[in-house]
Design a protein around this ligand. Structure first.
Ligand code: BES
Ligand code: ZN
Ligand code: ZN
Length: 482
């Protein structure tokens, strides 16, 4: 695929694309007066009711895609524009149309951004393991604007960078557990560091043990693929000295549940249990390549949760990095143990703001499903920024309470804490994390267990990883850096 921003039509386009909502054409039209009349007749002749996409029609001799961008269900109009662009791209590929012209002169920048995102989503394919790869047809999209060519080209470039990060994150997540182990993930992070010039620090199990990062050690010691912590730093000269954003990601490259073994039927999906780390790595890559003026660190907590003779036993007690003792009453509640070290690390880095992303609880999947990410925060200002950033990026968030009443359930019998509470699973997990959040730090926890991985096609995502979180993190970094 190629996207060209032009200030006038090159004449190379084989087809035009026409976005419509209900019966009206959106954006200033690429069509001749005659074709516009024809299009209006077609749209007026449409039956009321669900607006299906119209097929490919000839208008005044020019092949034209009719793309329905009408709003339905709970999505925003920006999200519908993405979906419309996604459908357009899928159809253009299928019909092997080599160049499609979109006239977007009167589009708002965020509309253009949405359309370009939609075009990119149609490109994503995870076919590494297929012997017969579908030959993908490459389409050139000529986006015709007027005097905004410079501004719109910048948007197109930025989206290209961001979408590349999203695709990388989705690839890492979709890769089976035996192929993306903690050490393989470390080399992926090293590649990103090299590409972007980010500073990187890798701790192996020896370093983790020596420095007392016992959460990660406890979770990861039962596997042949041992745990790692990766810390990346982006510190541009123009960044404010008073703000340091740390992004912490749960990176369980596979979660069998450990000795508290998971049921077999859906266990395979647990290759997605490193989606938090993938999003964080994708986000810091984007932030660095876009040169956003903000100091950002990323901490990836990488481990594999396995059964085996070296695996942690239910009832085992360890001392966390911040000195608190924890009894592991359920080895399947491992994410919070791994994150306790990530949060401690963010504190040592003197982060002023911490955001952790984790596929943390099945309870969150049951509460909010696959379309909405539940998030917690100890800072209302940060929470409202997250909601706003999410909206801009077509990623839905819903605030959850850090309900102190349930904190008692985490008190340990023999240790300070135990790793599962007695009430409200997603809230208990967040309250557990709160025990490890450094003092005087703005913090938010995003439980992406439901939204990171879908088992059926959804919006512009085929089955599998969605890449959730990357866009909202980047947008948040953009806003915090202003
Ligand atoms: N990785 C799982 C959570 C999960 C569930 C992610 C579904 C994606 C989809 C997590 O480590 C886990 O197993 N949590 C347990 C916690 C329980 C033992 C307190 C859960 O939610 O069942
Ligand atoms: Zn688990
Ligand atoms: Zn897990």
């Amino acid at each position: 695929m190629k996207i060209k921003i032009e200030s006038k039509e090159s004449g190379k386009a084989i087809a035009h694309a026409l976005f419509f909502v209900k019966k009206s054409i959106q954006f200033s039209s690429v069509l001749s007066e005659k074709a516009t009349e024809q299009a209006e007749t077609v749209l007026n002749g449409m039956e009321e009711g669900p607006f299906e996409d119209l097929e490919f029609l000839e208008l005044d001799g020019v092949p034209t895609f009719f793309v329905n961008a009408a709003k339905e269900r709970g999505l925003t109009s920006l999200d519908h524009l993405r979906m419309a662009a996604y459908r357009l791209a899928k159809r253009a590929k299928k019909k092997q149309i080599s160049c499609v012209s979109l006239m977007l002169a009167d589009a708002a920048p965020e509309q253009l951004k949405s359309i370009i995102h939609g075009l990119y989503y149609a490109e994503y394919e995870f076919d590494r393991y297929k012997t017969k790869k579908q030959k993908s047809f490459s389409v050139v999209y000529e986006i015709v604007v007027q005097d905004q060519a410079k501004e719109f080209s910048k948007i197109a470039n930025d989206v290209a960078i961001e979408q590349a990060s999203i695709s990388m994150a989705r690839d890492w997540i979709n890769t089976p557990g035996s192929d993306l182990t903690p050490s393989v993930f470390v080399s992926e992070a090293e590649k990103i560091a090299k590409e972007t010039g980010l500073k990187i620090k890798v701790r192996d199990i020896k370093a983790l043990q020596k420095e007392g990062y016992n959460g990660l050690v406890t979770v990861g010691k039962g596997s042949q693929s041992l745990p790692y912590m990766v810390t990346l730093e982006y510190k541009p000269a123009k960044a404010s000295k008073d703000l340091h954003l740390a992004l912490v990601g749960k990176g369980l490259t596979f979660d069998t549940g450990g000795i508290s073994l998971k049921p077999a039927s859906t266990m395979w999906e647990m290759c997605c249990d490193m989606s938090g780390a993938a999003a964080v790595l994708g986000a810091i890559r984007t932030i660095a390549l876009l040169k956003l003026p903000i100091h950002v660190s990323a901490v990836l907590c990488l481990a594999e949760n396995r059964i085996g003779s070296k695996a942690v036993l239910p009832g085992d007690i360890f001392t966390a990095k911040n000195g608190k003792t924890v009894m592991v009453d359920n080895t399947d509640a491992e994410g919070r143990l791994a994150l306790s070290d990530g949060l401690a690390e963010a504190g040592l880095l003197k982060a002023t703001h911490i955001i952790d992303l984790a596929t943390l609880t099945g309870a969150m999947v049951r509460a909010l499903g696959y379309a909405v990410t539940g998030f917690f925060s100890n800072d209302e200002k940060l929470a409202s920024k997250i909601l706003e950033a999410g909206q801009t990026c077509c990623e839905k968030f819903w605030p959850m309470p850090l309900e102190e009443e349930y904190a008692d359930g985490l008190k340990g019998k023999f240790a300070d804490l135990q790793n599962i509470g007695s009430d409200a699973g997603a809230i208990s997990a967040a309250l557990f994390l709160k025990e490890f959040v450094p003092e005087n730090t703005s913090w938010s926890h995003w439980d992406i267990a439901g939204t990171a991985f879908v088992t059926k096609p959804w919006k512009y995502t085929s089955h599998g990883a969605t890449g959730i979180g990357v866009q909202t993190l980047v947008e948040l970094a953009r806003q915090l850096g202003e």
